[in-house]
Write a protein that binds this ligand. Structure first.
Ligand code: BDR
Ligand code: CA
Length: 330
């Protein structure tokens, strides 16, 4: 039986500007208890991701265990991080950083996930917003993991919206398609928050200016700096985003789904990932209950719940309310 106590979350992330936005949303929200942060390569190297997770929590006045995880994809060769989207440091090239003292938990991210899931069976929700190597490694370490976690919510993939690294692939899945396919085939409650919904929510820079003015805090100033850099990238790419000088909130939508599922419409079915070839990284949802004769589509056992529509105004409203609340220790 679940109570209304805050949801215990392990946040698996590659910060990353929208990862930082999502982290602050989660720390600010009374309904979420971030019990640990596991990091992966993706927007930056895994070392930089861990450094950023430690830094973002420290400057906001929180102490949360942070682990360092996988440094490269499961099978395919790794690539240079996209510094043109998130900056070389993942936070929009911060001009300087404060001295902070938080240190890494020495365990690997996968081991940490397994240890925490075993210590709190049925209680932990895994919110994953980067490539899925940590989760796939944790599954290898503990095949019973799906029975130990409460649920998995991931930002990644797309069903009908065009991809952002190829016509069919979203970046997190494309970065490690083999790991992603393992995750989609495991038998847990899995919700995918992909581009189908994250491209529906455009967040203007002015929102983060308003939050920074209101909070007057190094954490929200840092987020504003990062968002400005990231919004320039998105505004150069999409004319409708440029109109309001904004950006997509991608990763924060995974937490908004956790706190406000009523804002989303979902479709459920078996999900598989194309692991190589021209469609590498494509997330394919079995949308019709036909008995497809092709290998790989035999059973509907492991279902994915894919977010297809979101109330964009509602999502922006809860983001604003949460980050404007009194969450930063003074
Ligand atoms: C995803 O890729 C990364 O750039 C973002 O942080 C997000 O997790 C969007 O495709
Ligand atoms: Ca991310």
């Amino acid at each position: 039986m679940h109570t209304n106590a805050p949801r215990k979350v392990i946040y698996d992330t590659d910060p990353g500007v929208d990862d930082a936005m999502a982290l602050y949303y989660a720390l600010a929200h009374a309904g979420v208890d971030v019990v640990g942060i596991t990091t992966t390569f993706g927007n930056v190297t895994v070392e930089q991701a861990a450094t950023n997770a430690l830094y973002l929590t420290a400057i906001a006045g929180f102490e949360v265990p942070v682990t360092q995880g996988v440094a490269k994809p499961w099978v395919k060769p790794g690539e240079a991080p996209p510094d043109f989207i998130h900056g070389a440091d993942g936070l929009g090239n911060l001009p300087s950083r404060l001295a902070t003292h938080n240190v890494l938990d020495p365990r690997s991210s996968a081991q940490y996930i397994v240890d925490m899931a075993r210590a709190h069976p049925g209680e932990i929700t895994l919110v994953a917003v980067g490539p899925l190597g940590n989760l796939a490694t944790a599954l290898k370490l503990a095949p019973e993991l799906p029975t130990l976690l409460r649920e998995v919510i991931l930002m990644g993939g797309t069903v009908v919206e065009p991809g952002n690294v190829s016509p069919v692939a979203e970046a997190n899945i494309w970065n490690d398609p083999h790991a992603a396919d393992l995750v989609f085939c495991a038998d847990w409650k899995l919700t995918m928050v992909g581009l189908d919904v994250t491209h529906q929510v455009i967040l203007p820079v002015t929102l983060f200016e308003k939050i920074a003015r209101h909070q007057q805090h190094v954490a929200t100033d840092t987020l504003l700096h990062a968002v400005k850099f990231y919004a320039n990238f998105y505004s150069d790419l999409y004319p409708h985003v440029a109109k309001i000088h904004g950006c997509f909130g991608h990763d924060v939508l995974a937490f908004i789904y956790l706190t406000n599922p009523e804002l989303f419409e979902l479709e459920s079915g078996r999900m598989r990932v194309a692991v190589d070839g021209l469609a590498q990284g494509q997330t394919m949802l079995r949308r019709k209950r036909i008995d497809y004769p092709q290998a790989g589509w035999e059973s509907d056992d492991a279902l994915t719940h894919a977010c297809m529509q979101v109330d964009a105004h509602g999502a922006s409203r809860v983001l604003e309310e949460t980050l404007m609340s009194d969450w930063l220790p003074r």
